[in-house]
Design a protein around this ligand. Structure first.
Ligand code: NAD
Ligand code: UGA
Length: 471
């Protein structure tokens, strides 16, 4: 009998992860579900709703065969043997825990729907990143709301570790897959069922099994450790600028220690993305609730340093430009939170642009993947900032002060300064002479990703600032 999988949530995680399962397991029928009709229509079209290298090939190869996208949530969940929940779990913006706790509204809605429509045993898989102990809450919601006698549930935790921009590579060749479940005969059987799915392409020794709480907490801890590494190297970048040391040389020196390792040591204008900040703040909230105040403060400092890094960058731009950017054109190169994605969630570019707009700058923004509509919406919204509220920015003000350009050279023409905020590969090979000739003098480059050759930029005539580099 064909195993039927349904996944609630067709976002950055639900879409690619389910596509990979369908691609690798010809004996499984996978349906990805969403309440967002537009998103499902896009998944069923030639233009997928998210940009991810290699995604189209995988989706187009199995869509309509083993992979389906649908809005018929209740029907497909009722038919499924395994139901993944991959809905969004953003930070709460109002009420108790606002600014820290995860908003579990979508999650609970999905659990209640499963309880309502189920009439056969199912394995429920937590794919979203959730607070530790969520499985217990799901068990309670399910067991108290089930309407049909035949329904019975085993809950598994199977957090996702893919990074955007490399999702397909990460899913095809994961460092590890974690499956947590109850250590009961039924829980262990459920773990084995999911293990058999992944074992169709992931080596068995890389499929780690654990209890539910270890698996849930491992995901929060992994993101906290990764973000901590970036805040650590970013804090060193500030020290470098004051001492003449070079942060890239430091990263090389410390990364050569095999206990530290070379990855994830690129100093930047700050980490972004939908998850690092959200998951750390959620962990901080959990620690506080458990009376672990010092531990909470320790992890919160990772986010504090990240906010400081973004502010530091803005301050350097303003002070370098003779303490005023009012009315000056500044080119912003890159708006996505990292290269190879069109995602702008929590991108440091929002904070940097907001900081410059607050000072009256005119911004010309170029990003190869982010649409003008997306940029303007991001900058118009009253962004929820946990410790640094910006003034509300009206759409009209954004329209007046933001120009979205279709090329780097257009964005830089007539500008006083260039800020590089995303490490797109095309920024590594810019024609700096052409850019310099088209700019107001003195012309500045503020490289928030260390992608430009600073020595060459200075030779061309630029006043060059590289993050964590000798001035
Ligand atoms: P997303 O916002 O892109 O997608 C979530 C989708 O769920 C949305 O399309 C939404 O319409 C849908 N949804 C919400 N409630 C629903 C319901 N009741 N029924 C049907 N659909 C519903 O979010 P995402 O980036 O895919 O993240 C999902 C989860 O995975 C989060 O918990 C996140 O922390 C975690 N995660 C994300 C990444 C990443 O790279 N984005 C990586 C690892 C883990
Ligand atoms: C991150 C984790 O890497 C994934 O394992 C995890 O599954 C995911 O979060 C999640 O839970 O959502 P992602 O946010 O997509 O993935 O991208 P990363 O490559 O981790 O980059 C995050 C941010 O850190 C980006 O803004 C990036 O530019 C920045 N970064 C990364 C640095 O500033 N320096 C580095 O050395 C590495």
């Amino acid at each position: 009998m064909t195993l039927k999988i349904a996944c609630i949530g067709a976002g950055y995680v639900g879409g690619p992860t389910m596509a990979m399962i369908a691609h690798k397991c010809k004996d499984i029928e996978v349906t990805v579900l969403d309440i967002n009709e537009e998103r499902i229509a896009a998944w069923n079209s030639d233009r997928l709703p998210i940009y991810e290298p290699g995604l189209e090939e995988v989706v187009f190869a199995c869509r309509g065969k083993t992979l389906f996208f649908s809005t018929e949530c209740e029907k497909k969940v009722a038919e499924a043997d395994v139901v993944f929940i991959s809905v969004n779990t953003p930070t709460k913006t109002r009420g108790v825990g606002a600014g820290y706790a995860a908003d579990m509204t979508y999650w609970e809605g999905a659990a209640r729907m499963i309880a309502k429509v189920s009439h056969s045993p199912k394995i429920i898989v937590e794919k979203s990143t959730v607070p530790v102990k969520t499985a217990q809450a799901v068990e309670r919601v399910l067991s108290n709301n089930v309407l049909n006698d035949g329904a019975r549930f085993d809950i598994l935790s199977n957090p996702e570790f893919l990074a955007e921009g490399t999702a397909i590579k990460d899913l095809e060749n994961p460092d590890r897959v974690i499956i947590g479940g109850r250590q009961t005969p039924s829980g262990l059987k459920a773990i084995q069922t999911l293990k058999d799915v992944y074992a169709q392409w992931v080596p068995e020794e890389q499929i780690l099994t654990s209890n539910l709480w270890s698996s849930e907490l491992a995901k929060l801890a992994a993101n906290a450790f990764l973000a901590q590494r970036i805040s650590s190297i970013n804090s060193i970048s500030a020290l470098c600028e004051k001492t003449g040391a070079d942060v890239s040389e430091i990263a090389k020196c410390i990364g050569a220690d095999s206990r530290i390792g070379p990855k994830f040591l690129n100093a930047s204008v700050g980490f972004g993305g939908s998850c690092f900040q959200k998951d750390i703040l959620n962990m901080v909230y959990i620690c506080r609730g458990l009376g672990l105040q010092e531990i909470a403060r320790y992890w919160e400092s990772v986010v504090t340093i990240n906010n400081l890094q973004k502010r530091r960058f803005v301050d350097i731009v303003i002070s370098s430009l003779f303490n005023t950017v009012r009315g000056k054109k500044i080119a912003i190169l890159g708006f996505a939170f990292k290269k190879d994605t069109g995602d702008t969630r929590e991108t440091p570019a929002i904070d940097v642009c907001n900081g410059l707009l607050d000072e009256g700058a005119n911004l010309a923004v170029y990003d190869p993947q982010v649409t003008e509509e997306r940029m303007k919406t991001d900058l118009s919204l009253d962004k929820f900032e946990w410790d640094h509220p910006y003034t509300q920015r009206k759409a009209k003000e954004v329209d007046d002060h933001i120009e979205c350009c279709d090329s780097v050279y257009k964005a830089c023409e007539g500008a006083h300064a260039v800020c590089i905020l995303t490490e797109w590969d095309e920024f590594k090979t810019l024609d700096l002479k052409k850019i310099y000739d088209s700019m107001v003098k003195p012309a500045f480059i503020f490289d928030g990703r260390n992608v430009v050759d600073g020595k060459h930029a200075k030779e061309v005539g630029f006043v060059f600032y590289g993050l964590g580099k000798p001035l």
